[in-house]
Structure formats: C-alpha cells, structure tokens
Design a protein around this ligand. Structure first.
Ligand SMILES: *Cc1c(COP(=O)(O)O)cnc(C)c1O
Length: 413
C-alpha cells in the first residue's frame, strides 16, 4: 500500500502493534486518495493531532479549573483556561464551556440547563434538516421533550418564518432551536430572537455546522442573539472531535453544571488542549481567508452542479454546504451516492424538503483545507455529474480523483 505521509509518528505503533498501525495508515491513505466531500468533515492540523495524542489523555479531571475532584490538575487547569479564554475571545462570548464530548452532548447539556422533561420545544423538523437532537423519536430529545417541528418553504427551500412565528404563538414553547445539518443558507438569528422574546422562550442556536465560518467571519454569529449556542469543534472549525457551549454570564453556572456533573464525568483534557490549539489557529488571518474560500468554493460547486442539471436546494448556498437532487439526471440520491463512492467521491445522502426521494449533501470544508479552489470545484462538479449520469465509469473516475487529490495532500510531507 502506498504510504502517505503520516501526520504523527506511527513508528511506535508500527513496532508495538503492526495490525493497528496498518489500519491507521490504510485510513490515512483512504482520506488522501479519495475526495472528502462529507459536509461535517475536515482535516485538522498536525498540531491538533499532536495535542490529541499527548499524555494529557492520561489525566482525570472532573470539575472545572480550580475546582476539581481529582488531584494533580494544576497543569491541565491551565490548558482548559486557555481553551476557554480563546473560545470567548474568538466568538465574543461572555462564557464558554469546552468540555462537551460531542455536539450532541452539548445540545443535551443546553436542554438540561434550560428545560424540564416534557417541555415544549420548537425546532426545524428532521425532514427539513433538523438534527437527531432536535426531536427525533430515536434520540433523548424526542423522548424527553415535546418537539414541535417547523419547516422550509416548498418553493424556495428557505426557513418558513411565518410558520415559525405562528407555531411559536400557538404552542408557547419553552425554547426555540435554530440550526441544521443541511440548511445551506445563513440563519436569521435576529428573527429567531424576536420570536423567542415575543413568546417568552429561550433561544438555542445549534451552530455545529457554521461555527467555523463564524470564527472566520464568513457567517453571521448567533452569539449576540441566542441564550445558548451549541457547537462542534470538528466541522468547519477544523479542531478535534468534540462539542462546545457559549452563553452569557447569567447562564454560565447553569450551563457548567448541566455539562458536569449532569451529563458528563471527567473532562477529556487531551481533547480540550486540542480545542485550544484549534481556537488559536481559527483566530489567525489565514483561517479567515480559509473560511471565505470555503464559501467561495461551495458557491462555485453549487453553480456548476446547477449547470450540470442537478436541482440545488435554495438554488445555491451561503455556507460550506450544498444539498442537491440528482433526479433530473435520472438517478435517485442513494444510487448516486453508491456510484460516487465507487468512484472515490465520498459524500452523504440527505432528506430533501418536500420530496419523497433522498438528495446529496456535500461540503467544501475538507477540500478547501487541502488547498483546492474554484477551478477544482468546477472539475469536481463536472466529474460528479458524469459519474451520476453513468457517463464516466468508476475506474477512469477513480483515476481522475487520484489525479485531482494528488496535487493536494492533506498532510504534506
Ligand atoms: C453535527 C451536528 C450535531 C452533533 O454533533 P456530534 O458531534 O456528531 O454529536 C448536532 N447538531 C447539529 C446541527 C449538527 O450539525
């Protein structure tokens, strides 16, 4: 197997556990020899990976800096304070909790901080791009809270603001959630704040996807509007896999207690250190340029897919996300995804608003980290359409993908 440059020393693993080392190198090869178009994925930096693989992983640290249940936390306390301070300054937030193990556990903690079981919550319905934590019956959210879904307009694909207002007035929810796994446009946080104020609801922004764009100044920030902002650190933000919560001073203590001890035990100090590294990186001019390029790339990708005959939801994008219906090419989303996977284009299916079939969801965060720009987006969209139509067979398509990604190694030697 061709060994792609490993971002971390794999020598130890190769000597100690060759079986696992081979898996690690195999995955590295997969990531660098195929096109990563999954909207929620990215390539974090070697510095982030170094923090993740550090001995901070050994430390037990229940509680918060200066108030831990374990001894020996004086050094990791500095790491967590650094992560918190960097997050607060990056997002202009009064308070940051960086302990959530994932985006979902951040949402769980936000609900725990503000709601009681049985409370009514208004959120984007799952068929329109709501996340599992926004009321899926398979998730704690759907079991413990009474979710009322709002949707998007059948014509425009945009969030139906009139419906949000009407449902809020009718159901008087305790909280309104805005945020999505697939909505390609900016969310009007001022609108949601206004409705929440009118009905006396908390506003929870689940900004797991756009938070990296927010950090880079390429998307509006929910921080001035939402009572609580939940986010992930591993999507466009390009940090380690994990979650984060931002809020105002007055909710700080409730949020902290909702994370620990209510929903979690010990903090993962290696991940928190890696979050600090990522926040540091996201505060640089290079990251600002990156975030804007992510959006520029997504716009070109969307426009070229439209030229190729796909139906792009909302007609385009403001973010890193593009959702498209391949039906006009004579293929449903599932079949399209299978053909694309065989050709080395890795992406997801997603629900399409007001449709029975599934669509394709793509994102530009990872390919932009690799250094790809508008020219490559045109090439990717044309290749994608050719493969979906069945015009380009998987073997030549794979070759084209290898040729394309060959010039953009995610972890250059
Ligand atoms: C990704 C995402 C989550 C969940 O993040 P995990 O880390 O996978 O738990 C929650 N909400 C939204 C809107 C997301 O996009």
């Amino acid at each position: 197997m061709p060994v792609t440059h490993a971002p971390q020393t794999t020598d130890v693993l190769t000597r100690q556990d060759p079986e696992l080392a081979e898996i690690l190198l195999g995955e590295l090869h997969r990531q660098s020899s195929t096109l990563q178009l999954i909207a929620a994925e990215n390539f974090c930096s070697p510095a982030v990976l170094a923090a993740l693989g550090s001995p901070l992983a050994n430390k037990y640290a229940e509680g918060y800096p200066g108030a831990r249940h374990h001894g020996g936390c004086e050094i990791v306390d500095v790491a967590e304070r650094l992560a918190v301070d960097r997050a607060k300054s990056l997002f202009g937030a009064e308070h940051a909790n960086v302990q959530s193990h994932s985006g979902s556990s951040a949402v769980l903690a936000a609900y725990a901080a503000l709601l009681r079981p049985g409370d009514t919550v208004l959120a984007l319905g799952l068929p329109y791009g709501g996340h599992l934590t926004h009321g899926s019956p398979a998730n704690f959210s759907g079991r413990w809270f009474d979710f009322v879904p709002y949707g998007v307009d059948a014509e425009t694909g945009l969030i139906d603001h009139d419906q949000v207002r009407t449902l809020a007035r009718t159901h008087r929810p305790k909280a309104i959630v805005c945020g999505s796994i697939a909505y390609p446009r900016h969310i009007d946080y001022a609108f949601f704040r206004e409705v929440a104020d009118e009905v006396g609801a908390y506003l929870i922004a689940d900004a797991a996807h756009p938070i990296g764009l927010v950090a880079g100044g390429a998307a509006p920030s929910p921080v001035p509007y939402a009572d609580v902002v939940c986010a992930t650190t591993h999507k466009v933000l390009r940090g380690p896999r994990g979650g984060m919560i931002l809020c105002g001073r007055e909710l700080a203590e409730r949020v902290d207690r909702a994370v620990f001890p209510f929903t979690q035990g010990g903090a993962q100090m290696h991940t928190i250190a890696a979050k600090a590294v990522a926040f540091g990186e996201a505060a640089t001019p290079a990251f600002t340029a990156y975030a804007h390029q992510v959006v520029a790339n997504a716009r070109v990708l969307a426009a070229t897919l439209v030229d190729e005959g796909l139906v792009v939801t909302t007609g385009g994008t403001d973010t890193h996300l593009v959702t498209a219906d391949p039906a006009p090419l004579g293929v449903d989303g599932r079949t399209a995804r299978g053909r694309l996977a065989a050709a080395g284009l890795v992406l997801d299916c997603c629900a399409l608003p007001h449709a029975d079939t599934r669509g394709l969801r793509l994102g530009t965060a990872a390919v932009t980290t690799q250094g790809m720009a508008e020219k490559e987006m045109v090439r990717i969209a044309a290749l994608l359409a050719g493969v979906v139509r069945g015009e380009v067979e998987s073997v030549p398509a794979r070759e084209e993908v290898r040729d394309l990604v060959g010039g953009f190694p995610p972890y250059p030697a």
